[in-house]
Design a protein around this ligand. Structure first.
Ligand code: ATP
Length: 361
């Protein structure tokens, strides 16, 4: 396995002369730790597969470099880079047994028989495939076939990294949960660098130590699930991670105060030098705003509906024209129309042109 460095890496399917804002991957520099478990998360079309294919060598970058353990691999093939990949749909040989399928990547590289048998037994054990080892793959369900694909991706211990591109797409919903947790356990057991592409935040947050969030061809934040939740560096991260996502509202911000519809919300930090002409917004997660009876001094909101998510109830509201979500405290009897909002000011963030502004203590 390897540490992977991306240096000013960018890709345009329209060639280098295309304008930069049309690039499928805008310039990015970042490091993927050796042995790390990463998820690459974002909506359809944001550039996840492009970035994965650049790392594996399926696509050659328009600009920039890729280093594995400090060695420039930009012009090397996937095989030369020593990458294992698992795709959305099973890639297996139907005529072979499950055991032969798992052994294939090792046999192909001339690994001695005894080593192959030991490793196949280990991987089959981790994926609960032992009962099927002697069965022909052709008769198995789509779920089982995809497990074999996962096994083939994980069977070599000498790969620079294992890349997964939405590997649970074909898996039955009730098995997804089990396999997600299993992949995390596999990462711990096998100590491989893993990069997992998905548009599903639950998959990303369950699997990864570091989640890399992409939006419109850019990496907008790489952080632990807690960091993405507590301190979204970009309004897109706030909105995309969490359910419901973060509330984002235009506001006038000066010093330690944000003003919305003439109402003042106190801020924990001071914002005296915001960029001139930037779009200023505040962001606060629904978990950090409580509804209360309307009262002087509370920002008032109109109730649309109440969502009961079992673990919590959230009111769906409107503050002026802006949609808003807030927690309904246990035992609170929600009035029919208007409520007041109580903010936990330590969790109110300020954004300028969608980027977090740190503020001064
Ligand atoms: P999805 O989850 O739908 O696979 P993604 O986040 O993986 O999306 P990419 O497949 O990397 O996104 O696509 C990023 C952008 O590049 C999209 O606008 C897409 O239309 C474009 N694109 C992808 N592959 C090609 C290609 N071979 N030729 C031209 N444009 C492409």
């Amino acid at each position: 396995m390897a540490r992977i460095d991306l240096v000013d890496l960018a890709h345009s399917y329209g060639g280098p002369a295309a304008p930069e804002d049309s690039f499928a991957l805008k310039p990015v520099s970042m490091t993927w730790r050796q042995g790390g478990a990463y998820a690459l998360l974002g909506p359809s079309g944001c550039g996840k597969t492009t970035l994965l294919n650049l790392i594996s060598g399926i696509v050659a970058p328009t600009t920039g470099k890729i280093l594995f353990d400090g060695v420039d691999v930009t012009s090397l093939t996937t095989r030369e880079r020593n990458i294992a990949q698992v795709f959305q749909f099973p890639v297996i040989y139907d005529t072979m047994t499950v055991g032969q399928n798992l052994a294939f990547p090792l046999k192909n590289r001339g690994v001695p028989r005894a080593q192959i048998d030991a490793r196949v037994a280990e991987i089959a054990g981790l994926l609960d495939l032992e009962p099927y080892l002697r069965r022909k793959a052709t008769r198995l369900t789509a779920d089982a076939k995809q497990k074999i694909s996962l096994g083939r991706g994980l069977v070599r211990s000498d790969v620079a990294a294992v890349l997964f591109d939405e590997p649970l797409t074909v898996i039955d919903p009730h098995l997804k949960w089990e396999l997600r947790s299993k992949l995390k356990a596999l990462h711990r057991a096998l100590d491989l660098t893993m990069i997992y592409v998905t548009h599903d935040q639950t998959e990303a947050l369950t699997f990864a130590e570091t989640v890399v969030v992409m939006h419109d061809g850019r990496v907008v934040q790489a952080g632990t699930p807690e960091e993405l939740f507590d301190k979204p560096m970009h309004t897109f991260v706030g909105y995309f991670i969490g359910s419901p996502g973060m509330n984002i509202m235009p506001a006038e911000v000066k010093g330690r105060e944000a003003r919305i519809n003439g109402h003042v919300i106190a801020l924990n930090r001071s914002y005296d030098s915001l960029p001139v002409g930037a779009k200023i917004e505040i962001g606060v997660r629904p978990e950090f705003v409580n509804v209360a009876m309307p009262a002087p001094g509370l920002l008032s909101a109109q109730i649309d509906r109440i969502d009961d998510l079992g673990r919590a109830r959230f009111a769906r509201l409107r503050v002026g024209d802006v949609k808003f979500a807030a927690r309904v405290p246990v035992g609170f009897a929600v009035p029919a129309d208007q409520v007041g909002l109580i903010f936990d000011t330590s969790h109110v963030h300020v954004y300028a042109d969608s980027h977090l502004v740190e503020g001064a203590p």
